[in-house]
Design a binder for this molecule. Sequence first.
Ligand SMILES: Cc1cc2nc3c(=O)[nH]c(=O)nc-3n(C[C@H](O)[C@H](O)[C@H](O)COP(=O)(O)OP(=O)(O)OC[C@H]3O[C@@H](n4cnc5c(N)ncnc54)[C@H](O)[C@@H]3O)c2cc1C
Length: 389
Amino acid sequence: MNIAIIGCGPGGLAAAVFLKRQGHAITIFDQFSEPLPVGSGLLIQPSGQSVLDQLGLLDRIKALASPVQQLHGISVEKSRRALDMQYAHSSDGISALGIHRASLFSVLLDAAKEASVPIIANSKLTRVDETENSITPVFESGGATASFDCLIDASGAGSPLAGGQVQSLDYGAFWATVDVPKHHDILPAALDQRYFRANQMAGIMPIGLNPATGNPGAALFWSEKPENADRLIASGIDAFRKNYCSLWPEAEPFVAQLQSIEALNLAVYHHRTGMPSSSNRLFHIGDSWHCTSPQLGQGANMALIDAAALAKALEQSSSLSIARKKYRKARMAHIKLYQMLSIIFTPLYQSDSRIKPWIRDMVIHNFARWPIIRNFIAKTVSGKLFLSL
Ligand SMILES: Cc1cc2nc3c(=O)[nH]c(=O)nc-3n(C[C@H](O)[C@H](O)[C@H](O)COP(=O)(O)OP(=O)(O)OC[C@H]3O[C@@H](n4cnc5c(N)ncnc54)[C@H](O)[C@@H]3O)c2cc1C
C-alpha cells in the first residue's frame, strides 16, 4: 500500500520503519521545518523496549540511555517514604531506561532514513478528504497533495483528526536537562521525587547521554500549574533554585547548573481517550488516540506499542476493515486500563487535594509493601499488564 504517516514522533517513526520493512511505500509528513525533538527525558518501559527490540534498535538505545531500576519518592512533610517501586519485583525483572528525548528521536530517525522513508517537513495537516478508494491529506500550506491507500495519524495530543474531548490537566511541569554531578547524594539509578502534599513535586531522573554536553545527563522537573508559569518565570532563576532546594536540599548540585530561567521548559499535560477512527482508511496511533499526564511514564511506550500492533494487524489482514478490527482488539484493553490508572494516580501526585496525598502516603504505600501487590505494581509500571504484542 501507499501509506501517509502524519507526525514524526516516536509513534510515527516506529510505524514507518515497521511498515516499510513489510514492503509498503511510506511517506512521513510533519509540521516542523526540520526534524527536532522537544523536551527533556522520558522513561522507556520494558513494554516499549520489546517494541524497540522488534525493530532491532534496542542496543542502540541502551548505548545512549541509563538503566532506571526504581521509582522512589519521599513526602517531605513527615519525612515519609511515599513511593518505592522496584522493577526487580516484576516477573521479568527488566529495568526501565531513562533517555533524553533527542536520543530516542535520533535512533528512530536514523532507522527511518536507513529504510529510505521520505520525511516531508513544513506540512501541517488540517484535515483529510476520503473517497471509497483513497484518502488525501490536506495541509495548511494548500497546494495539491497525493492520495494514499491509508493514512496513519501520529500527530500527537493536538491532532486535528482525533476524536474525544481533550482535557487540560490542572498541573503541568517545568523540565530541564542537566549533567549528573560528580558528587551528589541522590539515588543513582532511580527516578527520585520529593513531594509536599500533592501541590509541590520535584523530580530527577538519569537520562543517559546529555546531547548538549556529551556527559551523563539527568532530567529535572518541577510540578507547576500552567496558570502560575508566568509568575515563576518572572521571579527568576535564583528564586526557582531556592524553592527547589527548600523542598529537596540534596538536589542542589543538579539545580545549581541552571544558569537562567530560560533553561526550563513548561510542559502542559492533557488527557484524552479518543475513540478509534470510524473511517476505513484512517488509523490513530500514540497521543493522537490517547494522551495523558506522564505520571505513569507510559505515553511514548504506548505510541511504540500502537505502531507495532498496527503494523502486525495490517500484515495479517486481507483488507483494511479486518486490520482495523484486529488493531482495535489488540490495543483497546491495554489503552483503557492505563488511561484509567493515569486518571486515578495523577491527582495523588499533582493536585490541590489534602486527602489524596494522605491516601498515597498512608494507604497505598503501605499496601504496596505486600509482595503480591508489590509485584503487581512493578508489572503495571513496566507497561505489561493486559499487553499483547
Ligand atoms: C514532560 C513530558 C514527560 C514525558 N515523560 C514520558 C515518559 O517518561 N515515558 C513515556 O513513555 N512518555 C512520556 N511522555 C509522553 C510522551 O512524550 C508522548 O506520549 C509521546 O511523545 C507520544 O508520541 P507520539 O508519536 O504519539 O506523538 P508526539 O511525540 O507528540 O509527536 C507528534 C509529531 O507530530 C507532529 N505534528 C503535530 N501536529 C501536526 C500536524 N497538524 N501536522 C503535521 N504534523 C504534526 C509534531 O511536530 C510531532 O513531531 C512525556 C510527555 C511530556 C510532555
